[in-house]
Ligand binder design. Structure first.
Ligand code: PLP
Length: 452
């Protein structure tokens, strides 16, 4: 038992005490918490899937509706928050959340779209360097995106130089005999060791080493959506770049959850959605990061659109594309104002709370949940998320031994909003912005009740 869990207690009054001492407790009042049919509020633990609505969101969107109503097209320049530069109002807060410089981030599109756009620029396979390393249990959309990118490039490359590639493959499969990854020609999937559920950092690094100069891209989640494991992004980036690969992260489950330092870690690129921990609402506008090193590199290929064009000359409607320096140069279209207004309402809350304080509370809150779950000492349930707080965010993934969905259904009926993943995992994410220690206490009481 580590030091932090030693200080937890299993009484109700302990939860009360923790809430009364929580300096972030008042942030809960900035959100709408859905009602439970049986009365009162639900115990909402799916901020990792769809974050709750800030009470101010409506006001932010209504402002834009109002300006559209009264100004029409003039709103682009004369709205209270002019639409033309609206995305810039979000850049600073977003950059802080992921540990980036403002020039390195922009909000645009949706997550999978952005992943594709960034791979257009950063996945440039050659006959000898063509592999992508991903998590074996990566989120399906990432799997589809990565595989389709591979297919897109494969035909062209194999007709260029089949023998070179074949030679490299043979060499690497020999070298790779002791690696834990299941090596396929182009896609290298990281899988846990036999009998284990999470990936060991040493194995990830070894796989990178084994595939060496055949790796074109390493594309991992910052936090795995299923197990809740947070990867050592700093070391993975270092290892990947050492073998000459590009390193990108999908931060869907990391943004607004972990303290990220993308610039400092020297990550090449990253993308994330904003409707999970960042509370922008269903289908909200997503974010990207492109390291400053790539801010002004004319050799990087990319798909382009007018919103990525130099702002000074955008409306001259010239045929020649001149990219804005930095992440903004990857924008395609003029962005959706209502979605940005919605995201803005939430980012201002993050600005006020600060990631550092949120992460501190998060560690305590999740540690407390882990402590209470372990106290149950029922062999039917176990936690597959790493027990080291530095190797996870707020989410815990609870495995229910030999279970159908009945335990999950039972807690749902009692007002717990969690999430069931086949075949046997209940994911719960106590979110430091709006979940309390009492939420956690009540959840575990309900779980105990339903296990009986
Ligand atoms: C949530 C999530 C997605 C969803 O992608 P969208 O394009 O926003 O629908 C993709 N990848 C990961 C890792 C996710 O967690």
């Amino acid at each position: 038992m580590d030091k932090s869990s030693a200080s937890f207690e299993s009484t109700r009054s302990f939860a009360e005490k923790m809430d009364s001492r929580d300096r972030l407790f008042h942030f809960r009042d900035k959100f709408f918490i859905p009602a439970h049919q049986g009365g009162g509020e639900v115990l909402y633990f799916t901020g990792n899937s769809l974050g709750l609505q800030p009470r101010k969101t409506r006001e932010y969107i209504e402002q834009e509706l109002k300006d559209w109503e009264t100004l029409g097209v003039e709103g682009h320049f004369h709205a209270k928050n002019p639409w033309m530069p609206y995305h810039e109002f979000l850049t600073h807060s977003m950059a802080k959340i992921v540990g980036a410089k403002p020039i390195e981030t922009v909000v645009m599109n949706s997550l999978t779209v952005n992943l594709h756009l960034l791979m257009v620029s950063f996945y440039r396979p050659t006959p000898t360097r063509y592999k992508i390393i991903i998590e074996g249990d990566a989120f399906p959309s990432d799997q589809y995106a990565v595989k389709s990118q591979i297919k897109f490039h494969q035909r062209k490359i194999s007709t260029q130089s089949g023998s070179d590639a074949q030679e490299t493959l043979t060499r690497n499969s020999v070298k790779n005999q002791n690696a834990t990854a299941t090596a396929s020609d182009w896609l290298v999937e990281l899988t846990p060791r036999e009998g284990e559920t999470i990936l060991r950092t040493e194995d990830i690094l070894k796989t990178i080493d084994n595939h060496d100069d055949s790796v074109a891209l390493i594309m991992l989640g910052g936090v795995n959506y299923y197990t809740g494991q947070a990867f050592d992004m700093k070391r993975i980036t270092e290892a990947g770049q050492k073998v000459g690969a590009v390193v990108g992260f999908d931060l869907a489950h990391a943004a607004g959850n972990l303290e990220l330092k993308l610039h400092e870690w020297n990550v090449d690129f990253a993308c994330w959605c904003s409707y999970k921990y960042l509370n922008s609402g269903p289908g909200g506008i997503a974010g990207i990061f492109v390291h400053e090193r790539h801010a002004d590199n004319p050799k990087l290929p990319r798909f382009t659109g007018w919103w990525g064009h130099d702002k000074e000359t955008r409306f001259l409607m010239d045929d020649e594309f001149v990219p804005i320096k930095g992440a903004e140069g990857w924008q395609l279209s003029n962005p959706p104002i209502f979605q940005m207004a919605s995201l803005r309402a939430s980012l201002e809350i993050f600005e006020e709370a600060g990631m550092k304080a949120l992460r501190e509370k998060s560690k305590k809150l999740t540690g407390y949940m882990e402590f209470l779950l372990n106290e149950i000492a029922d062999e039917r349930i176990s936690i597959i998320t790493p027990s080291n707080p530095d190797e996870r965010g707020c989410q815990l993934s609870i495995r229910v031994e030999n279970s159908d969905k009945s335990l999950f259904d039972a807690i749902t009926k009692k007002g717990v909003v969690a999430d069931w993943r086949e075949p046997d995992v209940i994911r719960v994410a106590p979110v430091p912005l709006y979940n309390s220690f009492m939420d956690v206490y009540r959840f575990v009481e309900i779980l105990k009740d339903c296990l009986r």
